[in-house]
Design a protein around this ligand. Structure first.
Ligand SMILES: Cc1ncc(C[n+]2csc(CCOP(=O)(O)OP(=O)(O)O)c2C)c(N)n1
Length: 287
């Protein structure tokens, strides 16, 4: 169980990460998947800096938890969350991010970045990879867990549901799916394109244990991570359906289809930074 202090520290990191993402988006001269990065921020901070059993000084430890970023366009959110855990130096990331031949690509490459478990970017594949990792761990009688982070739009891919069925069939209690349910895709709102609700029920129907949370409430995120069953306690794969907001924290980005990806002018960057700094001041004042 996390102490109040630990939760406050995670919130502090999430705020710092928002500032870093928005500053990068306004300064590096290229496009960032800023909408989806901001919907991931609280979850990724909590996963890497609280929930996952990983050690950046021993990245090949067989007992480490595995993390698969299926929503590969959220790479920058993952690199940043990992940097607080000591995997990467943030200044190194921003020096080359998104540039030709950079190790820190817009989508992650495990060959170039030790510590990243899977290359991704083409949506719909991560859960199948995670299922394979979880089957392998079971066969080897290893007790670590495999986390797979998906976008809700991504879960329109049929391959996700094939993998979900396989996870149930193979009794993968060591597999955890985290779904970033921001109800937006690249150019549309999810419910307009595909009618995904009742969304958590779909995972339940595929044999998964499901917890639904507010993906921007650090207490709820930490509580959901705390209550995950251990691989030796269940045969059911577990899903955390996290209700999130694309562009979270920035008034002109939230739920705005135009902000799947983009770059910020200096004026808009300052406006965005003021939004997140004001929210953080309010949060701190309430402490
Ligand atoms: C197979 C495949 N088709 C299309 C794309 C282009 N694409 C990138 S992000 C995205 C939207 C994904 O929506 P979601 O998974 O909900 O991500 P989020 O809205 O959280 O960014 C699409 C269609 C892709 N990367 N891979």
């Amino acid at each position: 169980m996390a102490t109040q202090q630990e939760i406050y520290h995670l919130k502090e990191l999430a705020h710092d990460m928002r500032v870093k993402l928005l500053t990068l988006c306004g300064t590096y001269g290229g496009v960032l998947h800023i909408g989806g990065d901001l919907s991931m921020t609280d979850l990724m901070i909590a996963i890497y800096n609280y929930g996952l059993n990983v050690d950046s000084s021993d990245i090949a430890l067989p007992t480490r938890d595995r993390f698969v970023l299926s929503k590969g366009h959220g790479a920058m959110a993952m690199y940043t969350a990992m940097s607080y855990k000591g995997f990467f130096n943030y200044d190194d990331i921003v020096k080359t991010y998104g540039k030709l031949d950079s190790a820190y690509g817009m989508h992650p490459c495990k060959v170039r970045l030790p510590g990243v478990e899977t290359s991704s970017g083409s949506l719909g594949h991560g859960l199948s990879i995670a299922v394979g990792m979880a089957i392998s761990a079971k066969q080897k009688k290893q007790n670590h867990r495999v986390f797979c982070y998906m976008g809700d739009g991504e879960t329109c891919e049929g391959s996700i549901w094939e993998a979900a069925m396989a996870a149930h069939a193979k009794d993968l209690g060591n597999l955890i799916g985290v779904i970033d349910r921001n109800k937006q895709m690249m150019t549309s709102f999810s419910e307009e394109s595909m009618k995904m609700d009742p969304y958590p029920d779909k995972w339940k129907a595929f044999g998964w244990d499901v917890t639904e949370i507010d993906g921007h409430n650090m207490e709820e995120i930490v509580n959901a991570l705390d209550h995950l069953k251990k691989p030796n306690e269940t045969d059911k794969p577990q899903a955390i359906v996290a209700n999130t907001v694309k562009g979270k924290g920035v008034s002109f980005m939230e739920r705005n289809i135009g902000w799947h990806a983009g770059m910020l002018s200096e004026e808009d960057m300052n406006k965005a930074l003021k939004d997140v700094n004001d929210a953080w001041d309010k949060e701190r004042g309430a402490k």
